[in-house]
Write a protein that binds this ligand. Structure first.
Ligand code: HEC
Length: 280
């Protein structure tokens, strides 16, 4: 259902935008467009994954998310349809491509996870201890269903996180420091593994932050991970890469996690989002 709407939209857009990515374009078509331009080893590392894109299991998760989004839930018996993700209450089209951003109502820079939690608390009356909020990972969690639905409305939109508020810039800059700073028992930085094109760890080709068309796929989450058989979030990716660096677990929704996501989204500015994506 969701996919059909997107398909109709992208067919309509295809007339005007030809092979270029455009708002609402299906993830596999956005990716095809990038591969036509760059044909990089990162983008093309798994022909099997490319073939699976049209039947990405993440679409089922997004559909479940749409139902949850529109359903009156929680102690306040309200839906999420009045949630403002930055482009006005209820506007989802392109909203995820402009996160993280500053929200005056909370005085904070928020990413998809924190903004969703904010709305589930303020509009629906859930608390941090409710499983709807507490359960962060796995395709069966409300969090992943809702995030996948919301993000899917940004497929083909160019990443464009605003940098007008001083806190938006401060968070991006803090993320940059975190990305390049070597630390931990292995003395790794994110840059150790993500600044050279075509570098690999075993079978995995690593995306470089300096290669914009690789990097947009790298930061396109939620994504179904075939090795996990689960849809994963941006927050999960931050957690996992820090875990690979032998860091203690980062707190989901912490300012540090949002700073990291602000920096990596800014690095993909102007490139089209591939959501939901499918990764190794
Ligand atoms: C020791 C090397 C290493 C370090 C250091 C590292 N990563 Fe990664 N990163 C990987 C590998 C390997 C993958 C590919 C997915 C996998 O196989 O787990 C990956 C995947 C990613 C992805 C998604 C791309 C994909 O194809 O899955 C992003 C975004 C990312 N890392 C960001 C970061 C950030 C931010 C840091 C620092 C906090 C970091 N990485 C530190 C090795 C590393």
């Amino acid at each position: 259902m969701l996919k059909k709407t997107l398909l109709a939209l992208s067919v309509a857009l295809a007339v005007t935008s030809a092979a270029n990515a455009g708002p609402g374009m299906l993830p596999e078509d956005v990716l095809d467009g990038l591969i036509k331009k760059s044909n990089s080893t990162y983008l093309t590392q798994s022909p099997q994954n490319l073939m699976m894109m049209p039947d990405n299991p993440a679409w089922e998760v997004a559909e479940a998310g749409e139902k949850l989004f529109k359903q009156a839930r929680g102690p306040k018996n309200a839906s999420l349809e009045q949630c403002d993700f930055g482009k006005g209450p209820g506007v989802l089209e392109g909203a995820h491509a402009e996160l993280p951003r500053y929200f005056a109502d909370s005085g904070k820079v928020m990413d998809l996870d924190t903004r969703l939690v904010h709305c589930m608390k303020t509009l629906q009356g859930f608390t941090s201890d409710d499983p709807a909020i507490k359960q962060k990972h796995g395709s069966k969690s409300d969090m992943m269903k809702l995030q996948t639905y919301i993000a899917s409305k940004s497929s083909g939109y160019a990443w464009n996180p605003p940098m007008n508020h001083p806190l938006e810039k401060a968070m991006r800059d803090a993320g940059e420091v975190m990305f390049y700073r070597r630390s931990g028992t292995m003395d790794f930085s994110c840059a150790t593994c993500h600044t050279q094109t075509g570098k690999r760890i075993r079978a995995s080709v690593l995306p470089s932050i300096y290669d914009a068309s690789d990097w947009t796929k790298a930061i396109s989450w939620p994504s179904h991970r075939t090795s996990h058989e689960e849809v994963r979030s941006s927050q999960h990716r931050v957690l996992e890469c820090l875990w690979q660096m032998r860091y203690p677990n980062i707190k989901i929704g912490s300012d540090a996690s949002i700073a990291m996501i602000s920096f990596w989204t800014d690095a993909a500015r102007g490139q089209p989002a591939i959501v939901p994506d499918l990764k190794r």
